[in-house]
Write a protein that binds this ligand. Structure first.
Ligand code: C2E
Ligand code: CA
Ligand code: CA
Ligand code: CA
Length: 276
């Protein structure tokens, strides 16, 4: 529906918008069956020391004809069709399995997984999380689920119940893209919020925009008042990195520190930030 769509597909080949979506959905179903999805990982580091604390799983689709597709190319169709539910389950399973790889290599980094509100509307989701933690022997505090605040608008009762049960397992809850959309921290009220991720729109601008600096400082303060970590995403310059240390931000993530890559390519030695 044009009124609420956040993407528009323009087709020049006579295939209608809805037909294209159906094609993507059918292909995506096959992609899940044929294991064509891959996870890249982007590190988060603690400030000011720059030590890696966690890797965030970011899904890509290794498409047989179109190459490696970013999530923006297929997640909207996955959300639309409900395929996001099995897709996230696949991501969760793979991420916890990949984590066994880096723990075997001597790293205790947590793993962050992005979850859709669709998952939080499934009453059995906490059972799946518990089962996967047990099956992989993962301590609950080594898993963080990132939820976008804008997404916290579904079936509110179920979502809040599911969030509470997941939090009760000891899994960390993270509010993603904070500041970018509607503020609905209210759905997380009563839950321990492990992390608030400050949207990169504000982070990118702290170097030259006093208003962004004021917003980022306030979010850091809010996070601390709630007993949460403040994490800045989209850190691209050493200037911003240094400013965040000064402002008391707890963690940073961004291209300056590392781009998303398959986990064996994550090199903890490359995170020394010059001048920090
Ligand atoms: P996000 O969770 O906010 O992830 C951060 C996005 O910003 C990633 O894009 C990352 O590559 C990009 N990024 C990281 N550092 C920088 C930087 O310094 N500068 C700039 N300009 N960009 C940076 P990506 O991988 O394309 O993911 C886009 C979004 O897709 C994610 O945003 C997340 O909302 C969603 N997504 C990715 N993987 C999954 C998944 O497995 N499940 C769900 N439900 N959503 C996912
Ligand atoms: Ca995220
Ligand atoms: Ca984010
Ligand atoms: Ca985002």
């Amino acid at each position: 529906k044009r009124g609420t769509a956040d993407i528009v597909v323009y087709s020049g080949d006579g295939i209608s918008h809805s037909q294209q979506w159906l094609v993507v959905q059918a292909e995506l179903r096959h992609a899940l069956e044929r294991d064509e999805l891959v996870l890249h990982y982007q590190p988060k580091v603690g400030l000011p020391d720059g030590e890696v604390t966690a890797l965030e799983a970011l899904v890509r689709w290794q498409h047989p004809e179109r190459g490696l597709l970013p999530p923006g190319d297929f997640l909207p169709a996955a959300e639309h069709s409900g395929l996001i539910v099995p897709l996230t389950e696949w991501v969760l399973r793979r991420a916890l399995t990949d984590r066994l790889g880096w723990t075997a290599a001597g790293q205790s980094w947590a793993v962050s997984v992005n979850v859709s509100v669709r998952n939080l509307e499934v009453a059995g989701f906490p059972d799946l999380v518990a089962e996967l933690l047990a099956g992989t022997g993962t301590p609950a505090d080594r898993l963080v689920l990132e939820v976008t605040e804008t997404a916290l608008a579904g079936d509110v009762d179920t979502v809040e119940r599911v969030l509470a049960r997941v939090a009760a397992l000891g899994v960390g809850l993270s509010v993603d893209d904070f500041g970018a959309g509607f503020t609905s921290l209210s759905h997380l009220r009563g839950q321990p919020v492990a992390e608030i991720k400050i949207d990169r729109k504000f982070v990118a601008d702290v170097a030259h925009d006093p208003q962004s600096r004021a917003i980022v400082r306030s979010v850091i303060e809010l996070a601390h008042a709630l007993g949460s970590r403040a994490t800045a995403e989209g850190v691209e310059t050493a200037e911003v990195y240094r400013w965040l240390i000064e402002a008391g931000c707890d963690e940073a993530q961004g291209y300056l520190i590392g781009r998303p890559v398959p986990w064996p390519q994550v090199d903890p030695a490359m995170f020394a930030v010059p001048g920090a």
